[in-house]
Design a protein around this ligand. Structure first.
Ligand code: ADP
Ligand code: MG
Length: 265
């Protein structure tokens, strides 16, 4: 959860973010006029059912949307608009400022390299750790995300890890860049409930320790209650409402938000 920090300058501000894809019937908007801020150290959730535009929003922030997409509005990182930045500069933003984890860790892991090498490569690429300390830092990160017996496991390949452990590897890789903002797109959706809770606890713990901001995407209001200071509700591409999570649970103004809440056990 958020701990102080400079409230005057958000780390991330979306202003009327809109995204459309070309179809046979012309451009189809799948995200319309999304505007919200994420303060340093804050956890903001985006919640909405499948197809509501959550992943498109997060990919647009990262500059990772399909080239055919038409994106407008602003994605301000420390006040600087990322939309339209050259790819080379976007790669720097992704390497240094914002990290992302996904529902399916296998999609970001290379199956033919041991996980220790993949974490090491990131540390070398981002150049924040002297060469002779990379091996020690890999171990520290794997310990940090509580991969048991990390010393032995650095040589294991991604398929040798369970789903929950692979997500821990992904979190270790995300932390390698020492990002100020972590975007987590349904990182616990593919995991069973016990493991889900452990991964959420890990993200919260690391966030509190490092003061990192988190944009957490989920379709699950139970997860929102667990993790988010504030919550953005999306429905079919529209931004329905934003509020302090606690206020949404006690007094959501929009019927759609109330319907989502009714689904929480
Ligand atoms: P969510 O993450 O909330 O489940 P998405 O952001 O993935 O939803 O998708 C929102 C809408 O955008 C969906 O209707 C989806 O089919 C559409 N969409 C996503 N990516 C593309 C793409 N590359 N080309 C065309 N349509 C897309
Ligand atoms: Mg999605």
């Amino acid at each position: 959860m958020r701990r102080g920090g400079d409230m005057t300058q958000p780390i991330l501000s979306l202003r009327n973010l809109t995204a459309a894809f070309p179809t046979e019937d012309g451009l189809k908007e799948v995200v319309r006029n999304i505007s919200f801020d994420v303060a340093p150290g804050e956890t903001v959730a985006i919640v909405g059912e499948s197809g509501s535009g959550k992943s498109v929003t997060s990919l647009a922030i990262m500059g990772l949307l399909d080239k055919r997409a038409r994106v407008s509005g602003q994605v301000l990182l420390d006040g600087r608009d990322l939309l339209g930045l050259p790819e080379k500069q976007m790669r720097q933003v992704r390497g240094n400022d914002i990290a992302m984890i996904f529902q399916e860790p296998m999609s970001s892991l290379n199956p033919v390299f041991p996980v220790g090498d993949q974490i090491a490569e990131l540390l070398i690429r981002h150049g924040q750790v002297p060469r002779d300390q990379v091996a020690a830092e890999v171990l520290r990160l794997m310990d940090r995300v509580r991969i048991p017996n990390a010393h032995a496991r650095i040589k294991d390949y991604p398929h040798q890890f369970s789903g929950g452990m692979r997500q821990r590897v992904m979190i270790a890789m995300a932390l390698a860049a020492r990002p100020r903002l972590l975007i987590a797109d349904e990182p616990t959706t593919a995991l069973d409930v016990t493991i889900q809770g452990q991964i959420l606890d890990l993200i919260k713990e690391i966030q509190e320790e490092q003061g990192m901001a988190v944009l957490f995407i989920t379709h699950d209001m139970g997860v929102v209650a667990e993790i988010a200071d504030r919550t953005v509700v999306m429905f079919r591409g529209d931004h329905i409402e934003t509020g302090a999570t606690a206020d949404l649970f006690t007094g959501a103004t929009q019927p759609y938000t109330r319907a989502l809440l009714a689904a929480v056990p």
